[in-house]
Design a protein around this ligand. Structure first.
Ligand SMILES: [Zn+2]
Length: 414
C-alpha cells in the first residue's frame, strides 16, 4: 500500500472509532443508528457545549422543539414532496399521522408564530441542537459520516429586510470560519465554499419564482465576492426554497460532503405567513436564513477523528490525563491528585497494575494527551512529573499543573 493510502486507512474514522472506543452500532438497534460510548459522548458533549455557548454569545436564542410532528406540518412547509423518500413511514396516533422530523425549519417557524413580533426583535436567531431522522439507503451508510439519525446544530434567522438577511448570512459565515479556525482547519486545504444554485427549468425540484431565484442567487454571489472568498458554483444543488452557500469538506478517503451550510429562503415566509410589525405599525413579510454552524454533530465528529488522526486536542479528549503511580506504594498519593484534578473538572484516569512502561505505551495508544507519573521523589516534593505528546514537561507542583491544563482547555489550544 502506498503512503497516502496507508495514512488514509490509519485516519479512517470507522477504524479509529473502534480502536479508541468512541461509537458503535448494533444490529438489534438498527443500521445507521449510532450508539455513542461514554468516551465518544464526551467529545460530542464538549462540541455541543462549545457551539451553544458560542452561539449564545453571538445573540442566538437556543430552544427545544419535538422530534416528531404531524405530517401536515411538512405539507404546509412544502418539504413533504421533496423529502418523502427520505422520511420514515408515518406513526398513526388518534387517527392522525405523525412523522419523525427530517428537518427543524417548520418547528421553529411555528414557535415564531406563537405571538406577534416587532421589528425591534429582529433579526431573531432561533437555534437548536436538533435530532433529525432521514432514511439513507444501506449502501450509502458510512460510519458516523452517513447515518439515519443525526443531531444538527441548526438555526433559523428571521429578518426584517433583505439587507438584514444579507448581513446575517455574512455573520453566519463569520461563525463558520471561527469554528473552522478553532479546529485548525484552513480554507482551500481543508474546506472550500460552494455557491449552490437552482435550476429554473426544474420546477419539480425547485419552488417556482424566477425573479426571486435571480435576485437571491445574485445576493449570495455578491456577498461572497465582497468578503473576498474563493468559491465554486454548482448548478442544480440548491435547497428547494432557495440558493445556499455550502462549506465542503473531504473525508480521509477523499469523499466530499457538505459540512456546514447557509441558505437564503424566499419561500417559507410566504408559506408560514411569517410577519413582523414595522415602524409604522403595519404588518410586513419577514425574510429567513437557514444555517448550520458546526453542521451535524455525527459528521463533524467523523471528520475531526480523521483530521486529528484520533489525537484530539486537550479540550476534546475523552481522557485528558492518565495518572501513573510508579509502584503500589505511590497509589495513595496518586488518588489524592486524582481527586484534586476531578474537582477542577479535568477528566482523569488512574492506571495501575501493569509495568510503568506498558502503562505509558497504553496511554499513547489511547492517544491520551498527558500522563502524570508519581514516585518517591514526587511524593516527597508534593509534585508530579508531567509528560505530553511532545515529550516530558517535568516535575511540577499539582497547583501549577492544574493551572497549565485549565488554560490549555479554556483556550481550546490545538
Ligand atoms: Zn431550515
Amino acid at each position: 500500500m502506498n503512503e497516502p493510502a496507508k495514512d488514509a486507512e490509519n485516519r479512517d474514522h470507522k477504524k479509529l472509532g473502534k480502536e479508541l472506543d468512541l461509537f458503535t452500532f448494533s444490529d438489534a438497534v438498527g443500521k445507521g443508528l449510532p450508539l455513542w460510548t461514554p468516551k465518544g459522548s464526551v467529545i460530542r458533549r464538549e462540541l455541543e457545549r462549545f457551539i451553544v455557548d458560542e452561539e449564545i454569545r453571538r445573540g442566538y436564542l437556543h430552544v427545544y422543539t419535538p422530534d416528531i410532528a404531524k405530517l401536515d406540518l411538512y405539507k404546509k412547509s412544502g418539504h413533504y414532496p421533496h423529502y418523502k423518500d427520505s422520511m420514515y413511514a408515518p406513526i398513526v396516533i388518534d387517527d392522525e399521522e405523525y412523522m419523525l422530523r427530517p428537518m427543524t425549519c417548520p418547528h421553529h417557524f411555528e414557535l415564531y408564530l406563537d405571538k406577534p413580533h416587532s421589528y425591534r426583535e429582529l433579526p431573531m436567531r432561533i437555534a437548536e441542537l436538533a435530532k433529525l431522522y432521514r432514511y439513507e439507503q444501506s449502501g450509502e451508510l458510512m460510519g458516523l459520516q452517513r447515518v439515519r439519525t443525526f443531531c444538527l446544530a441548526d438555526a433559523h434567522i428571521i429578518c426584517a429586510t433583505e439587507e438584514q438577511a444579507a448581513d446575517e448570512i455574512s455573520k453566519s459565515l463569520d461563525l463558520i470560519e471561527y469554528v473552522a479556525g478553532v479546529f485548525g482547519l484552513k480554507q482551500e486545504t481543508d474546506y472550500h465554499f460552494r455557491l449552490s444554485l437552482g435550476d429554473r427549468n426544474n420546477t419539480g425540484k425547485y419552488y417556482k419564482n424566477d425573479a426571486a431565484w435571480e435576485k437571491s442567487e445574485a445576493l449570495l454571489r455578491d456577498l461572497l465576492k465582497k468578503r473576498g472568498e474563493k468559491f465554486e458554483e454548482a448548478k442544480d444543488d440548491a435547497a428547494f426554497y432557495g440558493p445556499k452557500i455550502d462549506v465542503q469538506m473531504k473525508n480521509a478517503n477523499g469523499k466530499e460532503d457538505t459540512a456546514f451550510t447557509v441558505q437564503y429562503d424566499f419561500c417559507m415566509p410566504d408559506r408560514f405567513d411569517l410577519t413582523y410589525v414595522a415602524t409604522d405599525g403595519s404588518k410586513k413579510r419577514a425574510f429567513v436564513v437557514h444555517r448550520s454552524s458546526i453542521g451535524a454533530i455525527e459528521r463533524i465528529v467523523a471528520f475531526l477523528i480523521e483530521h486529528y488522526a484520533g489525537a484530539f486536542p486537550l479540550w476534546l479528549s475523552p481522557v485528558q490525563v492518565k495518572l501513573l503511580p510508579i509502584s503500589e506504594k505511590h497509589a495513595g498519593y496518586a488518588k489524592e491528585i486524582l481527586e484534586q484534578l476531578r474537582a477542577e473538572n479535568i477528566r482523569v484516569e488512574l492506571a495501575e497494575g501493569d509495568s510503568l512502561g506498558k502503562r505509558i505505551r497504553d496511554a499513547k495508544m489511547e492517544k491520551v494527551p498527558y500522563v502524570l507519573v508519581v514516585g518517591d521523589a514526587e511524593v516527597e516534593a508534593k509534585t508530579a512529573t508531567l509528560e505530553g505528546r511532545a515529550g516530558k514537561v517535568g516535575a511540577l507542583p499539582i497547583a501549577d499543573i492544574i493551572v497549565k491544563l485549565k488554560e490549555e482547555i479554556r483556550t481550546r489550544a490545538a
